[in-house]
Design a protein around this ligand. Structure first.
Ligand SMILES: C[S@@+](CC[C@H](N)C(=O)[O-])C[C@H]1O[C@@H](n2cnc3c(N)ncnc32)[C@H](O)[C@@H]1O
Length: 252
């Protein structure tokens, strides 16, 4: 059993966040949400903010990205500038379980690889439903078991602060939250395509920068290396159990 690691804090230090399926999964999710020009979109748990910039540039939408981590939001602002998307995106520190927006504000709520890390998933979903307009879309990409996990596998992922569910468990959670007309599709993860998609999502420059930060931090804080190694080990050893699923539904 690995030591418990602060996975998300380490990602914030290194300026990288990711979700399974990389860029291809995001693009598919956006198309399932029927995002169109002029929409007002919320990306919950936006991490370093690549999602909001992509949506803004691809669809010409205004996008708000929120994340619970102030350091993620700092990265997100820098990245939006680098991506030339600053005029269309805005970022705020906020908790998915208590969003600082009026009821019915957004045309779509997007959320990728965040609910697995949230203790009260029902509260977050209630908030997504509250802030989206009637007829608006809720679109979620989450890690999903692709094979019945053993107790060892479940507790391994818990050390990363992550509670993964099966596709049908996610689905019943979303239906329970009142999301209707849910389209969903599950995917298995294979090492090489996954790596390529993650590079496409983050870009070589950000990957190299993260590796440079990781190596330089190692001198002062060996924990960083442990975290990276644990992550790589978990992905390799348990990859056969993990996949992801995309869900897109509506508020009626
Ligand atoms: C695995 S990262 C995914 C980030 C981004 N969506 C992506 O796909 O690259 C999970 C993100 O969720 C954020 N997060 C965790 N709990 C949260 C909460 N309660 N409210 C908002 N964001 C949260 C973390 O800070 C982190 O940036």
């Amino acid at each position: 059993m690995p030591k418990s690691v602060d996975y998300l804090a380490t990602q914030a230090d290194l300026g990288i966040t990711k979700h399974m399926g990389g860029l291809a999964a995001s693009l598919k999710l956006y198309s399932m949400c029927s995002i169109k020009k002029g929409d007002y979109v919320l990306d919950v748990g936006c991490g370093i903010g690549l999602g909001p910039s992509q949506i803004a540039k691809k669809y010409g939408c205004r996008v708000v990205g929120v994340d619970i981590s102030p350091r993620m939001i700092e990265w997100a602002k820098k990245n939006a500038e680098m991506e030339g998307a600053s005029s269309l995106v805005e970022f705020r520190v906020a908790d998915a379980q208590k969003l600082p927006f009026e009821d019915g504000t957004f045309d779509a709520v997007v959320c990728e690889s965040v609910l697995s890390f949230i203790p009260d998933k029902e509260a977050a979903l209630r908030e997504f439903m509250r802030v989206v307009k009637k007829g608006g879309h809720i679109c979620i990409n989450e890690a999903a078991w692709s094979k019945e996990p053993t107790p060892e596998v479940i507790s391994y992922f818990k050390t990363f602060g992550s509670t993964i569910l099966a596709e049908k468990e996610w689905l019943s959670l979303f239906e329970g939250a009142g999301i209707s007309d849910i389209a969903h599709e599950a995917f298995k993860v294979r090492v090489i395509p996954e790596l390529i998609e993650r590079i496409k999502l983050l870009g070589i420059r950000r990957m190299l920068n993260a590796w440079f930060l990781l190596l330089s931090q190692y001198i002062w804080k060996p924990r960083y290396f442990e975290v990276a190694l644990e992550g790589a080990k978990a992905s390799g050893k348990f990859m056969e159990y993990t996949g992801y699923a995309l869900f897109a539904g509506k508020k009626k």
